[in-house]
Design a binder for this molecule. Sequence first.
Ligand code: EPU
Length: 415
Amino acid sequence: MDKLRIEGGTPLNGEVHVSGAKNAALPLLCAGLLTAEPLTLTNVPQLNDVRTMRTLLTQMGVAIEASDGRVALDAARVDWPLAPYELVKTMRASILALGPLLARCGEARVSLPGGCAIGLRPVDQHVKGLAAMGAEIDLEHGYISAKGRLRGAKFVFDMVTVTGTENLLMAASLADGTTVLENAAREPEVVDLARCLTAMGARITGAGTDRIVVEGVPELHAATHAIMPDRIETGTYLVAAAASGGRVAVRGGDADSLDSVLTKLVEAGATITIDGDVIVVERSGTLRAVSVRTAPHPGFPTDMQAQFMALAARAEGTAVITETIFENRMMHVQELVRLGADIEVEGGTALVRGVAKLTGAHVMATDLRASACLVIAGLVAQGETVIDRIYHLDRGYERIEDKLSGLSARIARVR
Ligand code: EPU
């Protein structure tokens, strides 16, 4: 199993190019199911989760051609509207196929994802929303079986759910009549999906607000769409640069999607300069601990919580870090403690007392963003850190060791 070996303690310097967003790419690949004409996506990140989604779509009968960040999907035929347990258990985002399959084929069978490392993560809102649109749904043998012609409906989400909003948005695009989604997720990835669907002929207003209105159309057509830059990958490099000191330019980013993260970096003592799609972070003075509380967009993203904990671990002062979205997203804490961090956890809140020095150790990655946290901690720790189970990292960060080496980090993938 691959590991990362990091020799920490040196500041990051240089320029890094950000990839397309994983969490935009996954729903956008499923959007290909909505039309019999080709959908071409560009700026597609080369990640394991994207490969899994391509495998899933191929099994359904979608023809896919991929080269250099460009993926052309041809769903002229969808022979098997089925997402089997074997794939769904490796990637929960497979649930995003449910809405498009049902809307396009009039039937779908998608495995229930089950629990995951960071929390229970039920999909009841996806199911309730489709039922409100007239789908007949059975939950049996671990599968969601849905059928029927979808019609527009008003649906109020019980809580803000990103993939839940995306699933219903795609389904509503081909439903009969108008759908109103209330308490919808406002994440930039939802907006990117709406932009692509609109290019395919969907009629959508309000994406980016908590009320999205979709006027269904009988069919969607061919389109080409460039996937938005990954705001979490961008944020991860910015935090790594601020935590280690030095100066890093992140190229190809979108600062507007990162307001809450940039504000916190400035609070932590970093200087941020934005010039078009280039975000420059610089930190030479004291690194200050900053408190964060995760919330749906535009609040502080849960996907950046672990990285800020690594920063706080080595900063001056005490940070209170509160996770409100997932009930079990603090698994990096015990690993940070192995590197010398002083952290106490009670419920969803961590009290992080900054220490003068972290020291390298052997640690284990437990989920994607926890892995990113350990990489940042390894970069600031004195001596060697070895991170085990980095398959988590390969799901969501494209060539992270190459990109960090380009910033003069001493990092290598080892077996
Ligand atoms: N929830 C329910 N019922 C539902 C749906 C969600 O109770 O039907 C709960 C969840 O258990 C959670 C909260 O609502 O407590 C929010 O979950 P959400 O549905 O928004 O999460 P998601 O759509 O499954 C996406 C990202 C995650 C990111 C979250 C929150 C994708 C593919 N995944 O997950 O990304 O953390 O939104 O922003 O878009 C990651 O990239 O590392 C990652 C985990």
